[in-house]
Design a protein around this ligand. Structure first.
Ligand code: NAG
Ligand code: NAG
Length: 406
């Protein structure tokens, strides 16, 4: 075993002893497979509609992670207090990463490429090691594109995939309760099932928000069939958070979905930015963002291509020009993932988006490690912001948005 592996194992063990509030009421004898399968059945979801090779791998991985969870949650208050000092290390900088991804190994097997590039390998240990190296205290993790839409056109499989992913990711967070939170996936375009899943993930699994794909099987987020989903989220209580992650564009031809990439380059390299612009246009022109005022939005990559297209979109609808900009300045938060702080962020600032709406995101592990460090350095070194602005971008803006959910 390499020294570095040993070291990361060692640091992981230290972090397993991090404190957790609900330690006392955990039953050490819970069989996580039974809990997960039963909770799904209660919501009418048959996880075994997934191929046995998929669901068995997923449940086996959950059993393994649950052993770590049981250790963390089984600690006494004294043990938690004693071990808490080990977590201090991560408080050095207090950076909050609102754009990080998790890739269960069984999900990577199912989805070998993402946006035309190889899907990266990921482990829980890698995630925490990355955060420690970069001085990141907390990360909000999410499954990346294609999210739960792995089996296009198949409702039972999409619904079962969403539930399986949410259970898996929630266990990662329970293993590192001070460090990790998650955005839940939902099985859109199946609106009713997506409402059920969002409620379960937010109310039972502790998701801090939901990740929506820029399009779900070719339907952009303003699509009329999704309106009951936004309505339900809007009524769930408090402020709900929707994280709008880009995915590959699709067109329908003879009722078949075809990935729509008009260039010879990987979809993820540029189409993802256009996807963000397309879906924000749809959410704006349908007034979804205007009507459901209890929903806040996190938009990756400081809006992708959206800032470059905003006036083009909005000048044609003067009646909602001002109100839309007001929403982008107050209920939208824009993360820094990607090489966005060299120049691109100026596009947002040009529309009067205040620095209070800017968040830090890394895109780990999809963005290569050298670009990660580069993005962080770019935010730190940017001449556009004061030191106070940077503290806000790295930490306090996220705290304002997520409140006690972090
Ligand atoms: C949990 O129960 C399942 C059957 O429902 C079984 O296959 C599995 O081995 C059990 N896990 C543990 C850790 O006992
Ligand atoms: C939002 O409300 C406006 C009326 O104020 C209506 O025209 C529009 O269709 C509504 N859109 C949605 C998505 O509810």
């Amino acid at each position: 075993m390499k020294t570095s592996t040993l070291f990361s194992l060692f640091t992981s063990v230290l972090y397993y002893s991090v404190s957790v509030a609900q330690a006392e009421d955990t039953t050490e004898t819970a069989n996580i497979t039974d809990v997960v399968v039963d909770n799904a059945a209660a919501d009418g979801i048959d996880l075994f509609s997934l191929d046995a090779s998929i669901i068995n791998d997923a449940l086996a991985e959950m059993e393994a992670v649950y052993e770590q969870v049981a250790t963390v949650e089984g600690e006494t208050a004294t043990e938690r207090k004693r071990s808490f000092r080990f977590d201090r290390r991560a408080d050095r900088t207090d950076i909050i990463d609102v754009h990080a991804h998790t890739v269960p190994s069984w999900y990577k097997d199912l989805v070998p490429t993402t946006g035309g590039n190889p899907t990266p390998a990921w482990t829980l240990t890698d995630q925490i090691a990355f955060m420690d190296q970069q001085g990141i205290n907390k990360a909000v993790i999410a499954i990346s594109a294609p999210h739960a839409n792995v089996f296009q056109g198949n409702k039972p499989l999409t619904v079962a995939m969403a539930r399986t992913l949410n259970e898996a990711v929630s266990l990662y967070c329970r293993a590192f309760p001070q460090r990790l939170k998650f955005y839940a996936v939902v099985p859109l375009p199946y609106t009713e099932a997506a409402i059920t899943e969002a409620k379960y993930a937010i109310q039972k699994l502790g998701a801090v928000g939901v990740v929506l794909s820029s399009n779900h099987e070719s339907y952009y987020l303003g699509n009329a069939q999704f309106k009951p989903f936004f309505d339900a989220l809007n009524k769930l209580g408090g402020r709900q958070i929707v994280y709008v992650h880009p995915a590959a564009p699709y067109v329908k031809s003879n009722n078949k979905l075809i990935e729509a990439n008009p260039t010879p380059y990987p979809t993820g390299n540029i189409e993802f930015y256009f996807e963000t612009a397309r879906t924000l246009m749809d959410l704006t022109l349908t007034q979804t963002i205007h009507n459901f005022t209890n929903i806040n939005y996190v938009i990756p990559h400081v809006g992708g291509a959206f800032p470059a297209t905003m006036d083009r979109i909005l000048k044609s609808v003067p009646a909602i020009y001002d109100s839309s900009l007001t929403i982008y300045r107050t209920r939208f938060w824009w993360d820094s993932a990607g090489p966005t702080y060299y120049h691109q962020v100026s596009g947002l600032l040009g529309y009067g988006i205040p620095t209070s709406q800017l968040l830090f995101g890394t895109d780990f592990p999809y963005a290569p490690i050298f670009t990660q460090a580069g993005s962080l350095a770019a935010v730190k070194g940017s001449g556009l912001f004061t030191d106070a602005d940077k503290t806000a971008i790295f930490k306090t803006n996220a705290q304002t948005l997520f409140q006690n959910k972090l």
